[in-house]
Design a protein around this ligand. Structure first.
Ligand SMILES: Nc1nc2c(ncn2[C@@H]2O[C@H](COP(=O)(O)OP(=O)(O)O)[C@@H](O)[C@H]2O)c(=O)[nH]1
Ligand SMILES: [Mg+2]
Length: 677
C-alpha cells in the first residue's frame, strides 16, 4: 500500500455572490497550472469550469464541480460553486465535501447579499474561511473600502495578508504583510499599516501572543507560521487576500498561501457521528468512513457519486458498505481528478474527494464505512424550497413519465422537492427560485423527453365552523325486499384551531346500537373531506352524536354511514361555516434601500410584519406572516424589486380565516363548478 502524506491535502470551495469572479479564478488557476491549454472565459462560453451546456448557454455557474490542482507536492481539491440563490443547494453540498471556504468578493461591488449568506453558513459550520478580494484591475475597484466593509461586517478576525501594489489598470502585484520587510518600496506605508492591523488581530488569537504583543516584543517567524495556521483552523483568523483573476495578479500568492496556511485534513477535530456517540479522526490509520455530498449524471460515465473520505482508506478491491441504507455497493470504478478530468484510481485516503461510478442504492448524505466498524454521520442540511409550482403535462398520458423524471432529478438535487398534493390533487415541484425550476424542467425535457406547463398551485383551503348547530337525518328507503333505515341526531361545535376532529358518542339507552356508531363516525369523516363552502377538507370540529333510532331488520352500517354524512352536512350549513387558508412564516433579507418597498409589498400581500432585525451592515431581515396564496408569486416580485439581491425563505405556519371578500370569490367559483358538473 502506497503511503500518503495527508498533510499535503487541501480542499476548499469557492463561494460568494454571483459574478464575483469565482469561475474566472478557477479558469486562471488551471490555465496557470497547465491543466487547461488556453485561458477560458465565462462570457464567451469557453470557461474551463462552466462546461455544462446549460452553463455555457446561461454564461454562469449552475453546478458545483470538483477539480484538483497538483502543486508543489500538494493535492488541492477546488470546488467551484454557483452564486445564485437558486442554486444554494450546490453550495451547501460542496462545502460539506471540503474542509474550507474561499469567499470571493468583487472589489467594485463589495459585500453583497450572497456574500453575507455564505459567510453566515461557514460560521454556522465552523469551517475555516479565506476571503479573496478580486477584480482589483477594474476601474472603481477599491481594496481599502472593501477590506473595511469586510471587517465591519464580519469582524476584526478578517485580516489582510496581502495588499495590492497599484490600482485599477495599473494593479500589477501584491505584497505580503507576513513578510518581515516590505518588498516594494512604493507601498511601504500601507504595508506598515496593514501589517500592524494583522499583528494586532493575530495577537488576540492567543493569550501568550497577546502578552508578547502588549510588551512590544516581536513574534518569531516560527510563532507566526504555526500560530497563523492554528488560528485559521480555529476560525480566529480569516485571512483576506487580494488579486485579479483576469490579469493573473495575486493568484500564485493565493495558491502559495493555501499550501502554506490552509489546514490539512489532519488538523481537524474528529468527525462526530449523528448520535454523537462515536467519532473518526481524519487520518488514514482509522477505519474507513466517507460521506456522499453530491450525485450527478455524467454524460459519458453515467451516474457519479462524490464522496468525501473522512477517515481511513477506500480501496477498490471489495464492496463498500452503505451504513445509511444498510446495503453493500459494488465498487467498480473510482475516480480522482486531474484538473477537471476524471482519473481512475485504486485507493483513496482520508481527506480526499473521489467519484464512484454507478452505485445503485446510494443517496446524498449517506455514510459509507467498514461493515464491521460502522459509523453514521449527520445528514447534510439543505435549504428548503421557496418557490412552488404545479406541473401539468403538455401532452396527454405523460403524467407517469413526468413524475418519474422529476423524482429521478430530485435524487441529484436535495433542494428540488416533488410531491403530489392529496387535497388539491396537483403534482407540485418546489425549488429555490424560478431559475432553479427552469433549469430542472430543461433536464426533464432533454433527458426524459417530457414537456410541462406550470401554473401557480391551487391552495389547499380548509373549512371550519363558528357556531353550534344541530343536524338530523332519517335515512329511509323501501324498495321491495330489505329496506334501509337509520335515524341520526347530532350537534356540532368548533374546536380550537389545529385540533382536528373529535367524535363523542352520547347515545344512551341503546337508541343507536353500539355496532352502528362507528358507521356514523365514518359517514361524518367522509363528509368532512368535502366541506359545504368550497368542497375543502373540514377541520376543528367536535361532533356529538346524542340521539337516533334504528330498525331491527332494515338498519345497516351503510344506512348509518349515509345518515351520519347527511346529518353532518346539514349541521355544518347551519353552523356558520367559513374558509381557512394556510399561512407561512416568511423571512426576507434585503438591503436597507429596498426595505420600504419590500415591507409595502408584504402588506399588499395581506402579510403582517412580525419584526425587523439587522442581518449585517446595510442588511435587514424582515420577518412576516402571510397567506400562502399570496406568497407563490412573491419571490418573483421580490427579485424584480431588489434586482435579485434579496434572500427569501418561507415555511408553513398555520391556518387562518380567509377574508370575506376573498372567500366569497372562492365559494362562488366552487358552486359554479359544481353546477356545471
Ligand atoms: N476585470 C475583471 N473582470 C473579472 C475578473 N474576474 C471575473 N471577471 C468578470 O466578472 C464576470 C463574472 O465572473 P465569473 O467568474 O463568472 O463570476 P462567478 O459568478 O463568481 O463565477 C465575468 O464577466 C468575468 O469576466 C477580474 O479579476 N477582473
Ligand atoms: Mg461561476
Amino acid at each position: 500500500m502506497k503511503e500518503k502524506d495527508v498533510s499535503k491535502i487541501r480542499s476548499f470551495a469557492l463561494v460568494g455572490h454571483s459574478h464575483s469572479g469565482k469561475t474566472s479564478l478557477v479558469d486562471q488557476i488551471f490555465f496557470m497550472s497547465g491543466d487547461s491549454d488556453r485561458l477560458g472565459k465565462v462570457d464567451d462560453g469557453t470557461s474551463y469550469s462552466d462546461y455544462f451546456d446549460d452553463e455555457r448557454a446561461r454564461k454562469t455557474t449552475i453546478h458545483s464541480k470538483v477539480m484538483k490542482l497538483d502543486k508543489d507536492g500538494h493535492e488541492i481539491f477546488i470546488m467551484d460553486t454557483p452564486g445564485y440563490n437558486d442554486f444554494f443547494g450546490e453550495v451547501v453540498g460542496a462545502l460539506a465535501g471540503v474542509d474550507c471556504g474561499l469567499v470571493v468578493i468583487d472589489a467594485v461591488a463589495g459585500i453583497q447579499v450572497r456574500t453575507t449568506k455564505v459567510m453566515r453558513h461557514l460560521a454556522d459550520k465552523e469551517q475555516p474561511t479565506f476571503i479573496l478580494i478580486t477584480k482589483l484591475d477594474k476601474e472603481h475597484s477599491d481594496f481599502e473600502k472593501t477590506l473595511g466593509a469586510i471587517r465591519e461586517a464580519f469582524g476584526t478576525s478578517c485580516v489582510p495578508v496581502n495588499i495590492p501594489v497599484g490600482k485599477d489598470a495599473s494593479f500589477k502585484s501584491v505584497v505580503s504583510v507576513l513578510e518581515e520587510s516590505c518588498s516594494n518600496a512604493s507601498v511601504k506605508d500601507t504595508y506598515d499599516m496593514y501589517r500592524e492591523i494583522f499583528m494586532e488581530s493575530f495577537a488576540e488569537t492567543d493569550d501568550e501572543l497577546t502578552m508578547k504583543y502588549l510588551e512590544g516584543e516581536k513574534f518569531t517567524s516560527e510563532e507566526l507560521h504555526a500560530g497563523v495556521k492554528k488560528a485559521i483552523q480555529q476560525r480566529k483568523l480569516i485571512p483576506v487576500l487580494c488579486g485579479s483573476a483576469e490579469k493573473a495578479v495575486g493568484i500564485k500568492e493565493l495558491l502559495d498561501f493555501v499550501c502554506e496556511y490552509m489546514p490539512s485534513p489532519k488538523l481537524f477535530s474528529p468527525f462526530k457521528s449523528a448520535d454523537g456517540k462515536d467519532e473518526r479522526k481524519p487520518i488514514i490509520t482509522e477505519p474507513f468512513s466517507a460521506q456522499v455530498f453530491k450525485i450527478v449524471s455524467d454524460p459519458y460515465i453515467g451516474q457519479l457519486t462524490y464522496l468525501r473520505v473522512k477517515s481511513g482508506i477506500l480501496t477498490t478491491d471489495h464492496d463498500i458498505y452503505n451504513v445509511s441504507t444498510r446495503s453493500k455497493e459494488r465498487v467498480n470504478n473510482v475516480y480522482s481528478f486531474k484538473g477537471k478530468e476524471q482519473k481512475q484510481i485504486h485507493e483513496a485516503f482520508a481527506g480526499e474527494i473521489v467519484a464512484i461510478a454507478k452505485l445503485k442504492n446510494t443517496h446524498i448524505s449517506n455514510t459509507f464505512a467498514d461493515a464491521d466498524k460502522v459509523i453514521e454521520y449527520p445528514e447534510i442540511v439543505f435549504p428548503n424550497p421557496t418557490t412552488y409550482m404545479a406541473v401539468h403535462p403538455k401532452n396527454e398520458g405523460e403524467e407517469e413519465k413526468i413524475a418519474t423524471g422529476l423524482h429521478q432529478t430530485a435524487l441529484e438535487d436535495p433542494t428540488l422537492k416533488v410531491d403530489r398534493n392529496v387535497e388539491t390533487k396537483e403534482l407540485i415541484i418546489g425549488g429555490l427560485g424560478d431559475l432553479h425550476l427552469d433549469v430542472k424542467l430543461d433536464v426533464l425535457r432533454k433527458k426524459y423527453g417530457a414537456e410541462v406547463n406550470l401554473t401557480v398551485p391551487k391552495v389547499a383551503y380548509r373549512e371550519t365552523i363558528k357556531g353550534l348547530a344541530e343536524g338530523h337525518c332519517k335515512h329511509k328507503k323501501q324498495s321491495g325486499g330489505r329496506g334501509q333505515f337509520a335515524d341520526v341526531y347530532m350537534k356540532i361545535e368548533p374546536l380550537e384551531r389545529g385540533q382536528g376532529f373529535e367524535f363523542v358518542d352520547e347515545i344512551v339507552g341503546g337508541a343507536i346500537p353500539k355496532g352502528f356508531i362507528p358507521a356514523v363516525e365514518k359517514g361524518v369523516v367522509g363528509a368532512m373531506e368535502e366541506g359545504v363552502v368550497a368542497g375543502c377538507k373540514v377541520q376543528d370540529v367536535r361532533v356529538r352524536l346524542y340521539f337516533g333510532s334504528y330498525h331491527t331488520v332494515d338498519s345497516s352500517e351503510l344506512a348509518f354511514k349515509i345518515a351520519g354524512s347527511k346529518a353532518f352536512k346539514e349541521a355544518m350549513e347551519k353552523a356558520q361555516p367559513y374558509l381557512l387558508e394556510p399561512y407561512v412564516n416568511v423571512e426576507v433579507v434585503v438591503n436597507d434601500e429596498y426595505m420600504g418597498q419590500v415591507t409595502g409589498e408584504v402588506n399588499v400581500k395581506r402579510g403582517r410584519i412580525m419584526g425587523i432585525e439587522s442581518a449585517g451592515p446595510g442588511l435587514q431581515c424582515i420577518k412576516a406572516q402571510a397567506p400562502l396564496a399570496e406568497m407563490y408569486r412573491f419571490p418573483t416580485e421580490l427579485r424584480s424589486i431588489t434586482g435579485g439581491s434579496a434572500a427569501f425563505s418561507m415555511e408553513y405556519s398555520h391556518y387562518e380565516e380567509v377574508p370575506a371578500m376573498v372567500a366569497k370569490k372562492i365559494s362562488e367559483a366552487y358552486k359554479r363548478h359544481e353546477e356545471e358538473e
